[in-house]
Every structure is written in structure tokens, then in C-alpha cells.
Design a protein around this ligand. Structure first.
Ligand SMILES: Nc1nc2c(ncn2[C@@H]2O[C@H](COP(=O)(O)OP(=O)(O)O)[C@@H](O)[C@H]2O)c(=O)[nH]1
Ligand SMILES: [Mg+2]
Length: 312
């Protein structure tokens, strides 16, 4: 499964605008909070200038950036926030552009909403387990005790994050996920501008900006929060970037590309992206001895270009 992030925020904070900026999906922006909208779901490509440079030296006909799935839920409340139980991280957007904006207070409200949603979730799970635990299953009885303890902890003002690893595995809390706070306005990103620029081609967009895209900084924070790195596959037919958790092996990287490639893994050619670019291509890089052969357990580094040899 690929990575998934959820966007949360109060009405009119710019969630859907940020969603559009990230995904270029062109979802409808409304100036009013509407209650019954459904979630927007899209893929956000992760811009990486290294990818373009690698693609250029290998003469790639197609460039495919890594992408994360983004879910934009149209409001707060336990039911809507419950749609985010599967996501890997939460982007919390706060309005920093309105004249009366108070982004810090809004972020506190969002955190509280997430906590309320988790309390609701624990309570529902407790109701369900209470019914089934009557059968006497010891595992369920233990979970029941655990859930009672959790609820008491929450009601005393505690957070689930404090309990960390002690939480029952069946529970999928929101408040233990990495949370990346994004202020939408002069003090942070300008989601509206970024959404407009997302419709232009990248060179035109870059010419409009004074510096790099503000979305890049959001992605960097996401990578840091989740402990992610990027690696590349550089073919003439297609050159791609991929995301991987830091510390993972070449075998796991191969599995990210395709389960068959992991299954048939023999060896892996590894070269640093900048060595490849400097050498001007695979042949020259190999001639200079910059390419190594690694096995399944090699720990993939950020910026590695991998060529997995496999046999099915
Ligand atoms: N000035 C300004 N307006 C914004 C910005 N981001 C969003 N808006 C506007 O705020 C309104 C609500 O935005 P929307 O993305 O629909 O917010 P949502 O309810 O959180 O999904 C729209 O009219 C947007 O055009 C921004 O960064 N600056
Ligand atoms: Mg919206």
C-alpha cells in the first residue's frame, strides 16, 4: 500500500484549495461551508528536481514522480474525521489569511476535534467489545479492561499519544498519527496561489515564485515526520522516483516497485543519483566504478538509483 495523508481543518481554512494545489485535481472550491459534501481523493505527485536531472542523463521518454494519496474531508466531527483512520499522516490546515484569522487557536481546535473523534472511537469500540466479551473470550476481556482504562485516561484530559505502544492494535487513533500543521496565509504557505500555479507548467510556475514552491517545504516536513527517503529507477523507457521508509532494505525497495521483482530478486545495482548525473549516463558511471552490486539486505539511502536484477 502506498502512502496516504489526510487534510483536516476548520471550514474555509483552505483545505480543498491545498488539496488542489497538491493534486492538481481541480476540485470545486466553495466560499461556504457545505455540510454534505463528500471527501476529495487524489494523488499528489512529489516534486523532486533530482528526478528530472536523472531522467535527462538517461534520456528517459517518460518521467513518473512518486505520489501520495491525499484525502480532503469536508469538515470535522467524529464521523467525517473517522474517514482518516487509515491515513499515515495528517495535514492540519489553519486559516492565516482572513483579516480576523487566529491560526494558533484554530490548530488547538483541530487537535481537540481529533481528540473528541478518538474518544468517540474508543467509546464505540468499548460498546462493541462489551457485547462480544460476554462470550468469555479472554483476549476480549483484556481489551475491555484496556478500553475502560483508555476512556478514563481521555476523560481525565490525557492523550492517546502519551500511551503510545500500549494501545490495543485494533484501535486506529487519529491523535497518534504524525500531524503537520500548515498555516495558510502570509505567515505560512499561500495555498490559493499554489493552487493557481499548479495549473501552469512547472517552468512558468517557477518564474512566478520568488523561491521554491511552498508546497515543497510541506512535503519535506511530511518526509521528516514519516521518516521517508526517495530512491530512483532510471530507465530509458521510464524514470521514476519512489518513497521508502528510512532504514529499509533493497529487497523492500524492490517490493515497492513490484512484488514480482522482490520475489525474483537476485542482486541490485546501486549508484548515487549525483554520480550518475555527473558521469552523464550508466555506461560511463560503470566505467568509472561508481556503480556497486548489492544484495537483498543493503540499506537503501536517500538519492540511490537502483536497478534490480530479478529472475521469475
Ligand atoms: N486570500 C486567500 N484565500 C484563500 C486561501 N486559501 C483559500 N482561500 C479561499 O478561502 C475560501 C475557502 O477555501 P476552501 O479551500 O474551499 O476551504 P475549505 O472549506 O477548508 O475546503 C475560498 O474562497 C478560497 O478561495 C489563501 O491562501 N488566501
Ligand atoms: Mg473544502
Amino acid at each position: 500500500m502506498g502512502l496516504e495523508i489526510g487534510i483536516v481543518g476548520l471550514p474555509n481554512s483552505g483545505k480543498t484549495t491545498l488539496f488542489n494545489a497538491l493534486t492538481q485535481a481541480g476540485a470545486e472550491i466553495t466560499a461556504y461551508a457545505t455540510v454534505s459534501e463528500k471527501s476529495n481523493v487524489g494523488m499528489a505527485p512529489i516534486a523532486d528536481e533530482r528526478l528530472d536531472r536523472v531522467a535527462r542523463v538517461v534520456g528517459a521518454r517518460k518521467i513518473t514522480p512518486a505520489a501520495v494519496r491525499v484525502v480532503d474531508v469536508p469538515g470535522t466531527g467524529p464521523a467525517l474525521l473517522g474517514n482518516l483512520r487509515q491515513v499515515d499522516a495528517i495535514l492540519a490546515v489553519a486559516n492565516g489569511f482572513a483579516p480576523d484569522a487566529e491560526p494558533a487557536r484554530d490548530l488547538e481546535t483541530i487537535e481537540l476535534e481529533l481528540l473528541v473523534a478518538d474518544r468517540d472511537h474508543v467509546e464505540r469500540r468499548l460498546e462493541r467489545v462489551t457485547k462480544t466479551a460476554k462470550s468469555g473470550d479472554p483476549a476480549l476481556r483484556r481489551e475491555l479492561e484496556e478500553l475502560h482504562r483508555l476512556l478514563a485516561h481521555l476523560d481525565a484530559g490525557g492523550t492517546l499519544r502519551e500511551l503510545g505502544g500500549e494501545l490495543p492494535g485494533e484501535l486506529e487513533p487519529l491523535t497518534t498519527k504524525p500531524l503537520i500543521a500548515v498555516e495558510n496565509g502570509p505567515g505560512g504557505i499561500d495555498a490559493k496561489l499554489e493552487a493557481e500555479l499548479a495549473e501552469l507548467d512547472p517552468e512558468e510556475a517557477a518564474a512566478f515564485r520568488e523561491g521554491p514552491s511552498a508546497l515543497g517545504a510541506v512535503v519535506t516536513r511530511l518526509f521528516d515526520a514519516l521518516g521517508l527517503i526517495s530512491f530512483f529507477t532510471a530507465g530509458e523507457k521510464e524514470t521514476r522516483s519512489w518513497t521508502l521508509r528510512d532504514g529499509r532494505s533493497a529487497l523492500e525497495a524492490a517490493g515497492t516497485i513490484h512484488s514480482d521483482i522482490a520475489r525474483g530478486f537476485i542482486r541490485c545495482e546501486v549508484i548515487r543519483w549525483d554520480d550518475l548525473v555527473e558521469a552523464g549516463g550508466h555506461a560511463e558511471a560503470a566505467r568509472r566504478g561508481l556503480q556497486r552490486l548489492e544484495g537483498k539486505t543493503y540499506v537503501v539511502q536517500d538519492g540511490d538509483v537502483l536497478n534490480v536484477r530479478f529472475n521469475l
